[in-house]
Write a protein that binds this ligand. Structure first.
Ligand SMILES: [Cu+2]
Length: 211
């Protein structure tokens, strides 16, 4: 997911401040460092008015007449062992171990960069609202990324999310179920995949069609 931020820089002149990503326990690292020059600050207090970006509205999903689709993320260690050819998942960073795949969506592994002419997982008529449920059956985190659309996130594990925000990537914790919706107003074949490159290359990727 992308976030645009505006920072009022209020540190002390001449100092450096680390920006640390500590999302994963024990794997914190310095993402970047903010360094101030020694000149005196531009102003003593930050500007009072928050900066706003122009609105960029998207078509609202029509949930009453939505087409329901579900994708299930499978594979990885402790993935339930439902996948043929999956074993020794410690090596899952290697795509296509022994010719098999480490990950799958709805039982299907699309490995590498995919291939032309692959049958879409589902097809939506142009303009239809899709109510998409993404169910993570694995023991891993997956940032699921959609091409061509932004999804309105509705619920996580059966509970409505506090803000119905638009996202083109939704992070699924292990065993999470996410419900989201979008208007299929963009014709073509579109990818839906995990944004962890290793996972994507080893099967956590699918295609859907808007006609
Ligand atoms: Cu993943």
């Amino acid at each position: 997911m992308r976030i645009d931020v505006v920072i009022d820089m209020q540190g002390d002149p001449g100092k450096r401040y680390a920006v640390i990503d500590d999302f994963y326990d024990g794997l914190a690292y310095t993402l970047t460092t903010l360094a101030y020059d020694s000149a005196s600050p531009l102003r003593t207090h930050p500007l009072g008015t928050p900066l706003g970006l122009p609105r960029n509205p998207l078509q609202q999903p029509d949930l009453a007449s939505a087409e329901r689709q579900e994708i299930v993320l499978q594979g990885g260690m402790m993935g339930g062992g439902k996948l043929a050819g999956v074993g020794g998942m410690m090596g899952m960073a290697t795509p296509g171990m022994k010719g098999g795949a480490a990950w799958a969506i709805n039982g299907m592994s699309m490995t590498g960069d995919g291939h032309a002419g692959m049958a879409p997982q589902f097809t939506l008529p142009r303009g239809a609202t899709c109510h998409l449920t993404m169910r993570n059956e694995t023991a891993w985190w997956h940032p699921m990324h959609i091409h061509g659309f932004s999804m309105l996130v509705l619920a996580r594990n059966g509970s409505p999310v506090p803000y119905r925000q638009w996202q083109d990537t939704v992070l699924l914790a292990p065993r999470d179920t996410i419900e989201c919706a979008f208007v299929a107003d963009n014709p073509g074949d579109w990818m839906l995949h995990c944004h962890v490159a290793d996972h994507q290359m080893a099967g956590l990727m699918t295609v859907f069609r808007v006609t």
